[in-house]
Write a protein that binds this ligand. Sequence first.
Ligand code: SF4
Length: 223
Amino acid sequence: MSKTSQILMQMYEAARARFGHREWWPGETPLEICVGAILTQNTNWTNVEKAIANLNADGCMSVSALHAKSQEELAALIKPAGYFNVKAKRVKNFIAHVYESFGDDIEAFLDRSVATLHEELLSINGIGRETADSMILYAAGKTTFVVDTYTYRILLRHGLIDSDYDYEMIKELLESSLADDVDLYNDFHAQFVAVGKHYCKPKAKCAGCPLEHLPHDPSAGLE
Ligand code: SF4
């Protein structure tokens, strides 16, 4: 096991010992997870939950029902998630893509290789790397690591990456250092989110952080 792998697993075990298994993603179905991955851009999960509850209450949480909604109708339903006009357009783009080839069968859409899903999802206007990887990991259940601001900040402060690492470089580092285990990928990302939300904020709060015993420089990446 490489030094990086060892440090990563020490981080994971320490965070998990504190926060427990995170049981992510908090969506009920593959479609809810995909829609949630778009809605959670630039907002917190509580707001996404309200938007998803509106969609469920309206009875439109299916590919065909979402496809039948106008962008304006959809925007009104997802209003709690913020940036609702932009997000409604993004959801419509994603849904149209699925509907054209797979109709209501989102499982069939997701039941393809990581490379195919990655390429297709990134071709849809409004779906970036983090959103695509969230769908592939949490809705399709396939091993692709989700990188976010918390991941970058924690790895930077623990000396595993340099400040010029981009999304793909961080993803490559993680995927080449961790066992090919979808549950590990799933929970590892969720642990990074928990550490980032509670401790590794733009100004690090290292006292009491579960990763405090590991070598780190809290001033790295200070925003
Ligand atoms: S808050 Fe401090 S100890 Fe915790 S992850 Fe960030 S740099 Fe590491």
